[in-house]
Write a protein that binds this ligand. Structure first.
Ligand code: GLC
Length: 403
């Protein structure tokens, strides 16, 4: 197991889904969903994938402004098109489409911006002749390999790709496997080799053990151990020209605070267009959320799982000797927080440092001059300094209350 300290301290990263499918503008599953034959995919999409305005330094700068500490880019999604100059196949960005290795500038840009570098890598490859089935509506199963030889060939192929990714781009901080992998897939041997090549790397759980963290999609349910939730900004991972169902900055912060309260990371996705530019909405939303985070970040690094239960005005997180009450809904002038067992020493607005008068009466902590509406339309966070390690008045064991 590698040291996950930087990862839990970071808590927030940028997921980037980008590839030949971005030309279609209908999400990253377009080949499978529309049963597109290889030749048509190449003709319509790969050839038109030019990455002509590709500026990974711009992506990295946005991630940094957004308050994110790492990036994870799709080096190869299920369509099989590699963004790097792989020797294993010509179906890659150096030979087709953009005609250059897109990975190297990404790694350099992320590093230059002080961000950790992650590689997403799909174990599937729809257009590979040994992959069981390109257009399955369910994940292929282990018995669906054509024969033992094709299974072995495919494993040699994906392991050779990993070998390149782990050898040719300097230190890589995260290997983020994706699924639809029909077992047995030699995951354990693959991961052991990855660790030999990149001793400090963190590996997610999608190619089996040994792994360093678990990941989950579109869900912020707490997990044991080190975990990360990946979520989309609209309803798609890859660029979708017609998907305007954007989350706003407030929802983004709510997701981040929720992850923090449950002791996990948020990997938030953007889907750049084929030319490499990001949809304007994504930029705006991430920047707005980033401005909030810049003022309020203190609650985030390494935030432990919170023992504090549902609160009808906001979400409670804690770190060290401080409980953070993130108010997403204005309680009115009087806010009564009946959660904290410890003696309260001080309270202040996290964003400004301005102290807030309070009165503690047993289990009930009163703030009587909370502005209505709140001073911040995203969320106003009260940092409550306590004596000792924060403890809840009562532990909640059931989950009947709303989230
Ligand atoms: C789902 C999608 C895949 C995406 C992944 C991200 O598995 O099918 O396209 O890359 O989520 O976690």
């Amino acid at each position: 197991m590698s040291d996950t300290a930087w990862f839990t301290e970071a808590r927030y990263g940028m997921f980037i889904h980008w590839g030949a499918y971005s030309v279609a503008g209908r999400g990253e599953w377009v080949m499978n969903r529309e049963r597109i034959p290889y030749s048509e995919y190449v003709e319509k999409y790969v050839r038109n994938f030019k990455a002509e305005r590709y500026d990974p330094a711009g992506w990295a700068a946005l991630a940094a402004r957004a308050g994110m500490k790492y990036m994870v880019l799709t080096t190869r999604h299920h369509d099989g098109f590699a963004l790097w100059d792989t020797r294993t196949s010509d179906f890659n960005a150096a030979k087709m489409g953009p005609k250059r290795d897109l990975l190297k500038p990404y790694v350099e840009a992320a590093r230059a911006a002080g961000l950790k570098v992650g590689f997403y890598f799909s174990g599937a490859d729809w257009r590979h002749e040994d992959y069981p089935t390109a257009y399955a509506r369910d994940w292929p199963k282990s018995q669906e390999w054509r024969d033992e030889e094709s299974r072995k060939r495919f494993i040699r192929y994906y392991r050779a790709q990993l070998e390149e990714l782990m050898s040719n781009y300097g230190p890589i901080d995260i290997l983020w496997y994706d699924g639809c992998i029909p077992g047995p897939f030699d995951g354990e041997a693959a991961n052991a080799r990855v660790k030999e090549l990149q001793p400090g790397i963190l590996i997610n759980n999608r190619n089996g053990p040994p792994f360093d963290f678990t990941c989950q999609e579109q869900s912020l349910k707490p997990k044991d151990g080190v975990w990360e939730a990946c979520l989309t900004l609209n309803d798609n991972w890859g660029y979708h020209a017609g998907d305007n169902n954007w989350k706003d900055a407030r929802e983004v912060i709510r997701m981040l605070v929720t992850a923090a309260a449950k002791g996990g990371n948020l990997l938030l996705n953007v889907g750049p267009k084929a030319d490499g530019t990001l949809p304007e909405e994504s930029v705006r939303i991430l920047e707005q959320a980033g401005e909030w985070l810049a003022r309020n970040r203190a609650f985030l690094p390494d935030s432990p799982r919170s023992p504090f239960a549902y609160n009808n005005c906001g979400i409670l997180t804690w770190r060290g000797r401080t409980v953070y009450a993130h108010l997403f809904k204005a309680p009115g002038p009087e806010y009564c927080l009946a959660e904290i067992k410890n003696k309260v020493l001080a309270a202040r607005w996290l964003a400004t440092g301005e102290s807030i008068p309070f009165e503690q009466n047993g289990a009930r902590l009163f703030f009587r001059h909370i502005p209505f509406p709140l001073p911040d339309p995203i969320a106003a966070t009260i940092a409550i300094e306590v004596e000792g390690v924060p403890e809840p008045v009562t532990e909640q064991k059931t989950f009947w209350v709303p989230e």
